[in-house]
Design a protein around this ligand. Structure first.
Ligand SMILES: [Fe+2]
Ligand SMILES: [Fe+2]
Length: 280
């Protein structure tokens, strides 16, 4: 028994700035042919859902149009960024409420043969905003695995190379929320941690877990403005979860996808070149 999950990420959809919609539509058409059991989007569903309600509407409608079972998770462009690193749009109660109203739950648990998939809101982890809902869900998910393997899905990578690193970067989870998650897991080591956010594909091992970064469907950020951690590409991940606890993954390209470079879309998030060379 194999459950097939398509992990798409960073779709950055918008009603008023539909720059990346054609790529989404190509992935959608491809997935309708592949018919995975579930499609998971690991966040940045919208281009500016943190401030523009219409962008969240667009993301909701685009995913509904897939005609496949979807589970969505928020990114920093959907609910604002984590307070540890937020520069312009901090996550707050208003932004979170808008996401919950328009998109739906910001976390979930799915049990499939041999596995439990746990989707988390990376932007509220460790904050009072979370009001206990996510904490209880994580504790309960880890405590009642009953022999299943655990796969965590969330927007941001848990770390770059080590859990004890102290990078204060908006590219990765910061050390406080990461420690908080570890405490809630109470010694359970997830087999897999699957994220998006960096717009690069990477496959690495940290702390006994395999960490998979899904490429964006929307755009990459070229080398002068963002370090290369993995492969800069657009596409998605095709996961195979086996009932015996094995897991396989393929990184998929889709015919016709354009490898947009954010530097060519200054109307999306401003002039990327002002972020500085390498933006390390
Ligand atoms: Fe993104
Ligand atoms: Fe992001």
């Amino acid at each position: 028994m194999i459950t097939r999950i398509a992990q798409i990420s960073d779709t950055h959809l918008s009603r008023t700035k539909p720059y990346f919609r054609t790529n989404f539509d190509l992935v959608a058409e491809h997935l309708r042919g592949e018919r995975p059991d579930i499609v998971i989007n690991t966040g940045d569903l919208a281009l500016d859902g943190a401030d523009a309600e219409a962008d969240l509407d667009e993301a909701r409608d685009a995913h509904a149009g897939l005609g496949l079972e979807c589970r969505l998770l928020p990114g920093n462009h959907d609910v604002g960024d984590h307070l540890d690193v937020a520069r312009r749009q901090p996550v707050n109660a208003e932004r979170l409420a808008r996401y919950l109203r328009i998109i739906g739950p910001d976390g979930w648990t799915i049990d499939i043969p041999g596995w439990r998939l746990l989707g988390l809101n990376a932007l509220t982890l460790g904050l009072d905003l979370d009001e206990g809902g996510q904490y209880a869900m994580i504790r309960d998910a880890a405590a009642t695995l009953g022999g299943r393997e655990l796969a965590i899905f969330l927007h941001k990578p848990l770390a770059d190379t080590a859990y004890d690193e102290e990078l204060n970067s908006n590219r990765f989870m910061t050390s406080g929320p990461r420690r908080h998650l570890a405490e809630l897991l109470e010694g359970t080591t997830p087999a897999l941690v699957c994220c998006g956010h960096v717009h690069q594909y990477r496959d690495s091992r940290i702390g006994g877990s395999r960490h998979l970064w899904a490429p964006a469907s929307s755009f990459v950020i070229s080398d002068p403005w963002q370090p290369g951690y993995g492969a800069k590409m657009v596409g998605y991940l095709s996961h195979s979860f086996h009932a015996d606890g094995h897991h396989g993954v393929e990184v998929r390209a889709v015919r016709g996808l354009v490898h947009h470079d954010l530097v060519s879309f200054p109307d999306a998030y401003g002039d990327v070149r002002r972020w500085g060379e390498g933006n390390a």
